[in-house]
Design a binder for this molecule. Structure first.
Ligand code: FES
Length: 187
């Protein structure tokens, strides 16, 4: 994990799903909806306390992105396509202000080596707005507030945001289960 690490129209390929997540063992519910739904469940106190959250990602197809909450803050979870990874990988240090290699920004379940995901903060590093997910590789998110544009892995390409979207600790406990808030599956 990098030094940036900090302690998920037309509902076809690019669906925006907001997943309100619960404590470990309580799988977050997903819905094809935007904007947010079900933001404050009774387990909000658990999230605020920083407990890891478990997300069932089995329904997320390549090219889809969702937002989940952990510690009361939103995080993007995006399953990348090969084309998106290739587009992001083609970018160089000259294309961005806070270069970080793609392989330090993505990960996936051990059981499915071909799957690559990005899990990153959904708060713009300028003033905290939530960027809109776009499907225009290598561009992946665009902030509606002041125009910052991030690539498919959350790296800042242009605009006033000074640094990349930070990465939370996370681990894939299985092919279908992502845990945000820890790097240890058994935690
Ligand atoms: S808050 Fe995103 S560009 Fe200003």
């Amino acid at each position: 994990m990098s030094e940036q690490t900090i302690n998920a129209d037309e509902p076809t390929r690019r669906d925006f799903i907001y997943v309100a997540t619960g404590m470990l063992g309580a799988v977050g519910a997903a819905a094809l909806a935007w904007p947010f739904i079900d933001q404050m469940r009774p387990d909000a106190a658990v999230r605020a306390a920083g407990q890891p959250v478990e997300i069932d990602v089995s329904g997320i197809e390549e090219g889809q992105a969702i937002i989940v909450t952990w510690r009361g803050r939103p995080f993007f979870v995006r399953r990348l396509t090969e084309t998106e990874i290739a587009a992001a990988s083609s970018l160089t240090e000259g294309d961005m202000k806070d270069f970080q290699p793609v392989d330090e920004r993505i990960g996936g379940p051990a059981e499915a080596a071909s799957e690559q995901w990005v899990v990153c903060s959904a708060n713009c590093t300028h003033l905290g707005c939530i960027p809109t997910t776009v499907d225009d590789a290598p561009e992946g998110w665009s902030c509606p507030c002041h125009g910052s544009v991030f690539d498919m892995t959350g790296r800042i390409l242009r605009g006033p945001a000074p640094i990349n979207l930070p990465l939370p600790p996370y681990v894939f406990a299985s092919e279908s289960t992502l845990i945000v808030g820890t790097e240890t599956a058994g935690a």
